[in-house]
Write a protein that binds this ligand. Structure first.
Ligand SMILES: *Cc1c(COP(=O)(O)O)cnc(C)c1O
Length: 450
């Protein structure tokens, strides 16, 4: 008997979803979400985001004190946006295509403390957990000046607790760095494909690193199991956490202010297209939730995944969420994009924000490097391979059959000249210079066709 996927054979799925043949052949695809804009379960609310924003403000003086690189922004962990006109020209030439409107980069590669989008969710959940432990013990109230958390007495208090997390790398860095700074004993469960330099850096910051030969979901499952046996251990669950999600969602209102300050309008006549690299889905789904709160129907959010690991696309397309793996469709989950090497999507992210996502697209391995190099050559920004995925967004939207259909269906064709395309450059700030140069050199050796 053939293995069934959610009660059906592969053949049955392929008949229902013709795009699957291309996905199985590792071809790049764009998929439009039929549930976009539909009602969904109320798993998160605007109040969760507001609570996260308020909590991050309470912690700002602590962060400014302990992580001086956050001091210029008053302890608020946020990244800049940059125009990318030279990159736009290069893409237009390379793909023989005009990209109307403005191309912008959201540089989460420059987020302070840990240099990736995980600094939004991961650090937030560590801070929330620390606050709850301290309040419960009667050592802190929400009205105190949180700089006291840097005192030796708090460090001793937190050292009685531990934090654990399963990670492909960047979440581990965010949790490990801030967890260790507060005094927690931190264990990061990592998949074999995580970069060696991330493991080394974590150990140097005082976190314990446990490695698993299997992939990321096994690292998460094993971490979760071990943490459950210890009542003083908080497990940061990348596949299910609402707190991570709320931390990511705070990006929405902040981006709104940044775009306004840059003189870029977002409304019906000035649509905003956002392209987010996606792994397990928690980060981009949280950001998408925040973006929808800030911009409503004027923002159109697309996720970008490697052709070797399109787990979120498959989760939404089949409606099976975490009950489907890219391996079920014969894909190998092998990608140089560390943060995106995820075979099975988060159930929480798909259910909480699946209906907010316009569609998903996939990108070939070589192109990640091509775009990493293009961004460096034109705009002089370094990102990691995962983070370059979003650069494909405008090209797919404007040239793919499904992209064009989307623009037509949503009456966007007439607004493109005043549109903003923003690719979320999700990480790369901590990558050692020699790794950056090796990735760049690899791109120089590739010949990628359009
Ligand atoms: C984790 C990560 C992502 C995707 O976030 P998920 O929550 O795993 O979907 C994208 N880019 C980088 C650099 C990451 O580290």
């Amino acid at each position: 008997m053939k293995a069934l996927i959610g009660g059906r054979t592969i053949g049955e799925w392929e008949r229902e979803q013709p795009l699957l043949k291309d996905i199985e052949a590792y071809r790049e695809v764009m998929w439009l979400n039929p549930n976009y804009g539909k009602a969904a379960a109320d798993l998160v609310s605007g109040e969760d985001t507001a609570e996260a924003e308020a909590r991050l403000c309470r912690f700002a003086p602590y962060l400014a004190h302990v992580f001086p690189e956050t001091a210029p922004a008053g302890g608020i962990i946020e990244s800049p946006i940059y125009p990318a006109p030279e990159l736009k020209h290069l893409l237009e030439r390379a793909f023989s295509l005009t990209i109307p409107g403005t191309l912008m980069m959201k540089a989460d590669s420059e987020l302070p403390i840990s240099g990736s989008i995980k600094a939004r969710g991961g650090i937030y959940e560590v801070l929330k957990t620390a606050e709850q432990f301290a309040i419960r013990a009667g050592l802190l109230t929400e009205h105190d000046a949180y700089t006291c958390l840097a005192d030796a007495s708090f460090h001793r208090f937190f050292s009685r607790y531990s934090m654990a997390v399963g990670s492909t790398g960047n979440l581990g860095l965010s949790v490990g760095i801030v967890g260790a700074a507060l005094g927690f004993q931190t264990t990061v469960h990592m998949s074999a494909d995580a970069s060696p330099w991330k493991k080394a850096l974590l150990r140097q910051k005082g976190a314990k690193v446990k490695e698993y030969e299997a992939d990321y979901s096994v690292a998460v499952t094993e971490g979760r199991r071990q943490a459950e046996q210890n009542p003083n251990c908080h497990f940061i669950d990348d596949e299910n956490s609402k707190d991570l999600f709320a931390g990511y969602a705070t990006a929405g209102h902040r981006l709104k202010k940044q775009l306004a300050d840059a003189g870029l309008s977002v409304d019906k006549a000035h649509p905003l297209f956002v392209y987010l690299p996606c792994g397990v889905g928690g980060g981009p789904a949280g950001v998408a939730f925040g973006l929808k709160q800030a911009f409503g129907e004027s923002v159109h959010v697309f996720f970008v995944e490697p052709t070797h690991a399109p787990c979120f696309l498959l989760g939404l397309m089949t409606g099976l969420h975490n009950h489907v793996s890219v391996r079920d469709f014969g894909l190998d989950n092998r990608t140089a994009a560390d943060g995106l090497a995820v075979a099975r999507p988060s159930a929480f992210a798909g259910k909480a924000a699946g209906h907010l996502i316009s569609g998903c697209m996939t990108i070939a391995e070589d192109r990640l490097f091509q775009f990493l190099k293009a961004l460096k050559d034109t705009e002089n920004h370094w990102v990691e391979p995962s983070a370059a995925a979003g650069i494909y967004g405008p090209l797919m939207l404007l040239s793919d059959r499904c992209g064009k259909a989307y623009l037509r269906q949503h009456h966007l064709e007439g607004t493109l000249a005043s549109a903003t395309h923003l690719f979320w450059a999700t990480g790369g700030g901590m990558v050692p210079q020699k790794n950056r140069e090796a990735e760049y050199a690899l791109a120089s050796r590739l010949h990628v066709s359009d």
